[in-house]
Design a protein around this ligand. Structure first.
Ligand code: HEC
Length: 152
């Protein structure tokens, strides 16, 4: 009797596990893109670089290395801060709070361009289409700090 009960308990846990497993795997759509899929163009990153020099480098440094209270926008801490979030999150963070002295000063296009530069500086590959200007669409691109294994 006792062993039957524990069998039921284990079987029950298995069912619950499968249920939550299914919920979890539903979350990222199989077609989801990441920053490794070439989501900006070289051209756009170049425009972004010029903007960065003007609007961001005074605080975040020439090599995006950060200075004083402004954190780096490259390297381990930056990458792990954003790992698993989306480009929509990063875009909105910059759009709403940066440049710190006058947030909201940049247009959506400019924010997208600066973000393209940050991606290129961090060695994420360029592609054939420019980065979107809409946060909703950028939310479909995941920020993944480590290059994923090639899809089979
Ligand atoms: C006047 C100084 C200043 C300027 C100019 C500035 N920033 Fe910042 N930035 C900061 C400070 C300070 C922080 C950290 C405190 C905060 O979150 O407000 C920060 C935080 C950030 C973060 C969050 C980093 C993280 O890992 O959490 C991002 C991204 C960022 N800035 C991007 C930009 C971009 C892009 C520009 C140019 C468009 C810019 N900043 C211009 C001072 C500045």
């Amino acid at each position: 009797m006792k062993s039957k009960n524990s069998f039921m308990a284990i079987a029950g846990l298995g069912v619950i596990g499968a249920f939550f497993g299914a919920l979890r795997t539903q979350e990222p759509a199989p077609s989801e893109r990441s920053v490794w899929d070439g989501v900006y163009t070289e051209e756009q990153a170049k425009r972004g670089e010029a903007l960065y020099e003007k609007q961001c480098s005074a605080c975040h440094g020439d090599k995006l290395a950060g200075r004083e209270s402004a954190p780096p926008l490259t390297g381990g801490a930056f990458l792990s801060n954003w790992n698993g979030l989306t480009l929509g999150d990063l875009f909105e963070r910059v759009r709403r709070t940066m440049p710190q002295t006058s947030p909201g000063k940049l247009t959506r296009q400019q924010n997208a361009d600066v973000l393209a530069y940050v991606l290129s500086f961090n060695k994420f590959p360029a592609g054939k289409t420019e980065l979107y200007r809409q946060a909703e669409m950028l939310r479909e691109i995941r920020f993944v700090s480590e290059k994923p294994a090639p899809k089979k």
